[in-house]
Write a protein that binds this ligand. Structure first.
Ligand code: MG
Ligand code: ZN
Length: 216
């Protein structure tokens, strides 16, 4: 593979757990569970499901939620070294996340420059949290992704080979466009099932090894 770009998911990939799930478990009323199940089984579009989950949370809890998630999120081993490796190897790295700006950006501060981070925006100006979707689906995607990973990769790296790193169904549409997928959890199962070229990972040390192998 020559001159690839790397597209890396955030929740459950860079961080050990899914931060949206952690926030909902802690703060949302029980209705959020059905929305989560609907999204994971691909019965409810991500945009609708995640938007409705956040609309269950009052904006007045902003500082409580933010403090909780910044303390709760744990970055997966080897991520800082992985970032250093991509810089050294001259491979552009983009974080493309269905997460929200109020936790993605502070957690990645000093690790990934802001112009290489694509995520959703949470608006706390109304009575409940309203999610803004600055990276919605383009004309080629009808999936109602919310943060549309395939649309973003078409915009960032048109026609370029790419490596997608991720953990869930939210990475699947981008993974289908990738030359190589580095996956864990649900995305690993889906990659196996669809026969996408892939390798599994647990830490970013694994990711570094896999990238070194495919980038010549
Ligand atoms: Mg994820
Ligand atoms: Zn889309």
């Amino acid at each position: 593979m020559q001159n690839p770009v790397i597209i890396c998911d955030f929740d459950g990939t860079i961080t050990k757990n899914d931060n949206i799930i952690a926030i909902m478990k802690k703060f949302a009323p029980p209705e959020w569970n059905a929305l989560k199940d609907g999204v994971l089984s691909q019965k409810i579009p991500i945009k609708e499901g995640v938007g409705r989950m956040f609309s269950l949370l009052p904006s007045s809890q902003r500082s409580e939620i933010t403090e909780f998630i910044l303390a709760d999120a744990k970055i997966r081993e080897g991520f800082a070294e992985f970032v250093a490796y991509t810089k050294e190897a001259g491979i552009p790295l983009y974080v493309v996340s269905g997460g929200m700006d109020f936790f993605v950006k502070p957690i990645l501060q000093d690790l990934v420059p802001e112009d290489h981070i694509y995520c959703n925006e949470a608006d706390f100006s109304g009575s409940h949290i309203h999610i803004k979707w600055p990276h919605s689906c383009d004309e080629h995607c009808t999936n109602e992704c919310g943060c549309c990973k395939p649309s973003i990769v078409r915009h960032i790296a048109p026609g370029q080979e790419m490596i997608v790193i991720g953990d869930s169904v939210t990475d699947l549409e981008a993974a289908k466009l990738a030359s190589f997928v580095i996956a864990r959890d649900l995305l690993l199962q889906k990659s196996e099932k669809l026969g996408l070229p892939h390798k599994p990972f647990e830490t970013f040390w694994d990711v570094i090894d896999h990238v070194k192998e495919v980038v010549k």
